[in-house]
Design a protein around this ligand. Structure first.
Ligand code: TXA
Ligand code: MG
Length: 318
């Protein structure tokens, strides 16, 4: 399947029992579905299924891999995935369900696909306050990764029409529950190493967070231009050589298609499979005995562009 170009029929179903059952079936099958939250419509897939998450990126045509927000039904489900400190506990108690995302240390064995976190040891998590997203979480029983349901570069969707405008023919289904209440993406707050920082402004003001916690809340920090670049993406600790067609001395070779390596992103040369495996492959390479990492050429079509963007960043010396 070359998901990026294939045109499929997108069905729009009204929010209700039948619509949610149909959407849950698509997700159980490894697909993604557009569904409203109280902020914007999200493009949801099973966060534990790396192929399904790669499908989100393929549909959006994103040029890179930003870590995605994981949606869960309640605080207890969030606790299975992330470690809450006192500040995170207080914020969850005050603002969940609602338009607040917490970036927290991920729990060992959380089972979240590495493409969701872009290989980071942290996870962005939120409990949405919208019946449709909550119904989908209940029907699937899975944590759902969901970025905004728009093609890369187009505006965030607050109605099913907006979703269709950029994703018609690229996703199987949109659940229509009318316009969203908030209209902008959730506020993102990181609670890591005892520090509280706002990574993205949103419906919950930074001042409300500071007032609740009784501490100053900093911003994202210097040198960060775009939300996707926050807190630095996972980067291997070893030098990375790109477009390698053979293994040189001291290298761990990550193969693709005809180039066989110590590991492979996709023996079939499938860019969707390669995206699903990318961060795991980098982690394995980093942990191997070899002192350098080499990566076979990946074609630039479809998700290949996002893979190459990530690989170029990985190859820049720290
Ligand atoms: O309102 C919303 O939050 C919407 C709806 C659909 O829920 N979702 C949304 O998701 O905006 P998304 O995946 O587009 O937001 C991803 C952003 C990244 O660009 C990054 O800023 C931040 O979340 N993020 C995710 N994981 C992170 C992490 N581990 N560390 C730092 N930032 C992270
Ligand atoms: Mg977006």
């Amino acid at each position: 399947m070359t998901a990026s170009n294939a045109s499929i029929t997108t069905v729009s179903l009204p929010y209700g029992t039948a619509g949610i059952a149909a959407a849950a079936a698509v997700i159980a099958d490894g697909g993604c579905v557009a569904v409203p939250t109280e902020t914007v419509y999200g493009l949801a897939a099973d966060a534990t299924d790396s192929r399904a998450v790669a499908g989100i990126y393929a549909a959006k045509g994103r040029p890179g891999f930003n870590p995605l927000i994981v949606h869960v039904p309640d605080r207890a489900a969030a606790g299975a995935l992330a470690v809450f400190d006192a500040a995170a506990e207080a914020l969850a108690g005050a603002f969940w369900p609602g338009p607040l995302t917490l970036v927290l240390p991920m729990r060992e064995g959380a089972g979240i696909a590495s493409l969701v976190t872009a290989g980071l040891p942290t996870i962005a998590i939120r409990v949405p306050a919208h019946d449709a997203m909550q119904a989908l979480l209940a029907a699937t029983g899975r944590p759902l990764a969901a970025p905004s349901a728009n093609a890369s570069g187009s505006i965030s969707p607050t109605r099913a029409d907006h979703v269709l405008r950029s994703l018609d023919g690229r996703i199987p289904m949109v659940i229509d529950a009318g316009p969203t209440a908030r209209g902008i993406e959730s506020t993102i707050i990181a609670c890591i190493d005892g520090q509280v920082r706002e990574l993205r402004p949103g419906p919950i003001p930074r001042a409300a967070v500071a007032e609740l916690l009784g501490v100053a809340v900093g911003g994202a920090g210097p040198g960060i231009e775009a939300p996707g670049q926050l807190v630095s993406h996972y980067a291997p600790s070893k030098p990375v050589r790109l477009n390698a067609t053979d293994r040189q001395a001291g290298e761990w070779l990550i193969g693709f298609g005809p180039v066989q390596g110590d590991d492979t992103l996709s023996a079939q040369g499938d860019v969707v499979e390669a995206a699903a495996r990318l961060f795991d492959a980098l982690h394995v390479a980093d942990a191997a005995d070899a002192v350098r990492i080499a990566v076979a050429p990946v074609p630039d079509h479809g998700l290949g562009a996002a893979i190459n963007d990530r690989l170029r960043r990985a190859a820049v010396p720290a």
